[in-house]
Design a protein around this ligand. Structure first.
Ligand code: AMP
Ligand code: ZN
Length: 466
């Protein structure tokens, strides 16, 4: 097969670039993970599904991937500025729980959801609170190099000291200085300066706080990602991911800290997913209009129905979420599963490698072109509608599913159909073979009364839930 390079859109250059790893064959991938103060919603899940498509595409191309995803359990304030309330502390207060229990509870829910969505777990899932010492060390390095200053509520990073501050977001610093981003904290030297270490309030005891060379407090949000990415992947590493909302503040500040400390780039590729939106805009916890995966399950959908829906839109395009779009994804995915089950039942044929290679090449071209998953799905349906034989189709579908992750390889028909129904279906088959049509109809009605439909296909009876 022709060699097809992996091409990825790099937010740094705003261009699609051929991907080449720093170390031959092993890719260092870092993804900003969940802030574990609430149940992550399906918009967040879109971000993790995007990373999963990326990782699976790299692996499909023969790369080994070392994937790190952080768990933010401290330091993230509301509003991405440094004077909002603390997300974790507020949740603990609202739920009247110990903050560590809150963090554990939402981390567990996050892991349960990503498992249901067939998202491969990162090789390393480091927690910010397990890396406080490392974060303090990094701040000390920045302090030694003259990038920090102290004001009444913490130690801040002086962004005016970096020539290229904001390059990822192409920030207009002059515009910002003139007031585009409100300078809420009058002690800050520049509106873009951000906290590296925040002091605990004098009048209150926080649940999460640590001693440091500057006083008791907690790390700013961005320092954890600079610290943990470099600790586990080195600097620079290959690819850093997150949602587009992270570009102007969080990722710009990660780059500032890491490049200031070590005088080299943090990551070669920066990749960002667009939002999952509701009718009135972004799904977000702070806006209050959120759906979690369990809500979809309660509505009668499966986690993989949602995965199918996310595959139907390119990761850099907005995904408009509605019940109608979910129903459409559910129906199409059901058809796909029924088709695959049918294929699995039929006899094995001889395969023609040329047929297989032709479709594999089409699929590879789709995913290697900046993860074009809608096109990859359309190649899958082309295979289904093609005149390939059943064995060839199955081989291709299972091969593609290494990237799509829809669980098609392990799909079985029997599991959901009770034994009792299968027995009646068998009886009906015997009646049909003996041309006892009245009895066959009676048995079909009996099956229907028990909540199942039987359809007569060339390959045999197909049983479905009514
Ligand atoms: P957070 O837990 O708020 O830090 O967000 C976790 C990840 O989800 C980040 O990469 C965000 O950029 C991403 N994200 C948040 N809201 C959405 C959304 N509505 N659609 C897609 N990604 C989102
Ligand atoms: Zn991050």
């Amino acid at each position: 097969m022709k060699k097809i390079s992996v091409v990825l859109f790099n937010t740094l250059s705003r261009e699609k670039e051929v991907f080449k790893p720093i170390k031959e064959k092993t890719v260092g991938l870092y993804s900003c993970g969940p802030t574990v103060y609430l149940h992550a919603h399906i918009g967040n899940m879109r971000a993790y599904l995007f990373v999963d498509f990326l990782r699976r595409t790299l692996e499909y191309n023969g790369f080994k991937v070392k994937h790190v995803m952080n768990i933010t359990d401290v330091g993230h304030l509301f509003g991405d500025e440094d004077d909002g309330k603390d997300k974790m502390e507020e949740s603990a207060k609202r739920e009247k729980k110990n903050i560590w229990d809150v963090a554990k509870h939402y981390t567990d829910l996050f892991l349960k959801d990503i498992d249901s969505l067939n998202i491969l777990r990162a090789n390393i899932l480091p927690r910010a609170t397990d890396h406080i010492k490392d974060q303090i060390e990094l701040i000390k390095t920045l302090e030694k190099k003259g990038y920090t200053y102290r004001i009444s509520d913490g130690i801040y990073f002086d962004t005016s000291k970096l020539k290229e501050y904001g390059k990822l977001a192409r920030l207009n610093l002059k515009g910002l200085k003139e007031g585009a981003r409100v300078k809420k904290n009058i002690e800050k030297k520049n509106p873009t300066d951000f906290a590296l270490w925040k002091f605990s309030p004098k009048d209150k005891k926080r649940q999460m706080e640590w001693d440091s060379p500057w006083g008791i407090g907690f790390p700013g949000w961005h320092i954890e990602c600079s610290t943990m990415s470099t600790k586990y992947l080195g600097q620079p590493f290959d690819i850093h991911t997150g949602g587009i909302d992270h570009i102007p503040v969080h990722h710009v500040n990660e780059i500032a800290q890491s490049e200031a400390a070590y005088d080299k780039p943090l990551a070669n590729f920066w990749m960002h997913n667009a939002f999952l939106n509701l009718k009135n805009g972004k799904m977000s916890k702070s806006e209050g209009k959120i759906l979690v995966l369990d809500d979809l399950i309660k509505m009668g959908f499966s986690a993989l129905d949602f995965r199918y829906l996310v595959l139907t839109s390119h990761y850099r395009s907005e995904l408009k979420f509605s019940k109608e779009s979910m129903i459409a994804a559910h129906n199409t995915f059901n058809r796909l599963k029924e088709y695959v089950i049918e294929l699995k039942k039929t006899a094995k044929n001889k395969i023609n490698n040329e047929n297989i290679e032709k479709f594999k090449e089409m699929f590879l071209k789709a995913i290697n072109t900046d993860l074009n998953t809608p096109e990859a799905l359309s190649v899958l349906w082309k295979v289904i509608r093609s005149n390939l034989n059943t064995e060839e189709k199955l081989i291709l579908i299972e091969d593609f599913d290494q990237v799509l992750g829809l669980g098609l390889k392990d799909l079985k028909n029997e599991s959901k159909i009770p034994k009792e129904i299968e027995k009646v279906v068998k009886k009906r088959e015997i009646a049909r073979k003996g041309k006892k049509w009245a009895e066959a109809d009676k048995l079909r009605n009996l099956i229907l009364e028990k909540g199942f439909i039987v359809e007569d296909r060339k390959s045999g009876p197909m049983i479905k839930k009514a």
